[in-house]
Design a binder for this molecule. Structure first.
Ligand code: AMP
Ligand code: MG
Length: 344
């Protein structure tokens, strides 16, 4: 990232943000005061199995112009009202990220306004802070592709613990598919597991793996799937047990980060934040440590363009822009590699 030219220093207009790191293509528009004027998206739904990166990218290319138009209409803005274009530069799936980056580069070049590459994980944290009012939380970011516990320390969001293999949302999604649950528009697989789990009564023993501050979820997934295949217990009980084990693991790590940092806020963000059982476990540990628990509103929990637009505003207003020749996507761009000069 480079310092913008002086001509770009005036903070006015709006930032349009493009999210395309995985299955969602989202466009959001944010003002410099934190106002979110639009948040539109279209999601790729695999016919079978998980996300196919090239198919997701094809979906994004097909819907991009319509989602862009929807966002501008919702905000009641013209392209000339925009003062910067932000995009998710990573982490994520290469073909998906590249499609969003291409749209962003084209728009920024055509409109002759700055381009701002945004870290997708930082954006999940920042939209959570904006929408809940928390300022310095320990954050559990749990989604289809990421699971980590972070907190701000010395210029960056530091990772206190993370999954060593698969993400929490991915664990729930793969289990759901193995159990025969189907992708349905409007009902994520994780939410289908949550519904069944609410009817479960018996706790089945499954692997619980926390190593230091990191966790491993793949053994848990295999064991839960095996229970279903063997037919040794009912689906509701396995869903319940899977949730209890997986959520206890991420909650344990979050609690230890809270005890260590002595922060006074706990934030839950990412697609899995929609889960009521996970929310209630985190609420308990927050209360135990006299901290306030907050969860990002559902619209901003899953991948969305508004979070990229808002983080673009934060970066741009603190002098960060991304020259076109540095706008290549970064598939494994870790949250703790990103300077966040807007936090002091
Ligand atoms: P994201 O990757 O942030 O777009 O979030 C998508 C992930 O959130 C998927 O793995 C979903 O299954 C998961 N998810 C959505 N709603 C729920 C829920 N109610 N409980 C658990 N996971 C959920
Ligand atoms: Mg998604």
């Amino acid at each position: 990232m480079k310092k913008p030219q002086e001509m770009h220093q005036k903070h006015q207009g709006y930032c349009l943000g493009i999210e395309s790191s995985a299955d969602d293509f989202g466009v959001g528009i944010a003002g410099f005061d934190g106002e979110i004027l639009a948040n539109k998206s279209d999601s790729y739904i695999p016919i079978e199995g998980g996300i196919h990166p090239r198919e997701a990218a094809r979906h994004h290319a097909e819907v991009a112009d319509r989602v862009l138009k929807d966002a501008l209409n919702a905000a009641d803005l013209k392209p000339s009202d925009l003062s910067s274009i932000a995009f998710a530069q990573g982490p994520g799936l290469g073909p998906s990220l590249r499609t969003g980056a291409t749209v962003a580069r084209a728009l920024a070049s055509y409109l002759r306004i700055p381009l701002v590459g945004v870290n997708h994980s930082v954006a999940h944290i920042e939209i959570g802070k904006l929408k809940t009012g928390v300022t310095d939380p320990v954050t559990l970011y749990a989604s289809g592709g990421n699971t980590m516990v972070t907190a701000f320390e010395a210029g960056r969001y530091r990772v206190f613990g993370e999954t060593l293999d698969i993400a929490l949302g991915n664990c729930l999604d793969v289990f759901a598919r193995e159990a025969g649950l189907k992708n349905q528009k409007g009902l994520p697989l994780g939410a289908a597991v949550e519904r069944l789990a609410a009817k479960g009564k018996n706790l089945v023993s499954l692997p619980y793996v926390v190593k230091g501050m990191d966790m491993s979820l793949s053994g848990l997934l295999t064991a839960a799937t095996t229970q279903i295949k063997m037919g040794s217990c009912c689906l509701e009980d396995v869903c319940y047990s899977l949730q209890e084990h997986a959520f206890s693991m991420v909650t344990e790590v979050t609690e230890r980060a809270l005890a260590h940092t002595e922060k006074k806020e706990v934030l839950l963000t990412g697609g899995v934040a929609a889960n009521k059982r996970l929310q209630s476990m985190l609420n308990v540990i927050a209360e135990d440590h006299n901290a306030k628990f907050s969860v990002v509103p559902l619209e901003f929990a899953t991948d969305n363009g508004a979070m990229i637009a808002w983080t673009g505003v934060l970066a741009f207003s603190h002098g960060l822009v991304t020259p076109i020749d540095e706008s290549y996507v970064k598939l494994r761009w870790r949250v703790d590699k990103v300077d966040v000069p807007w936090i002091h």
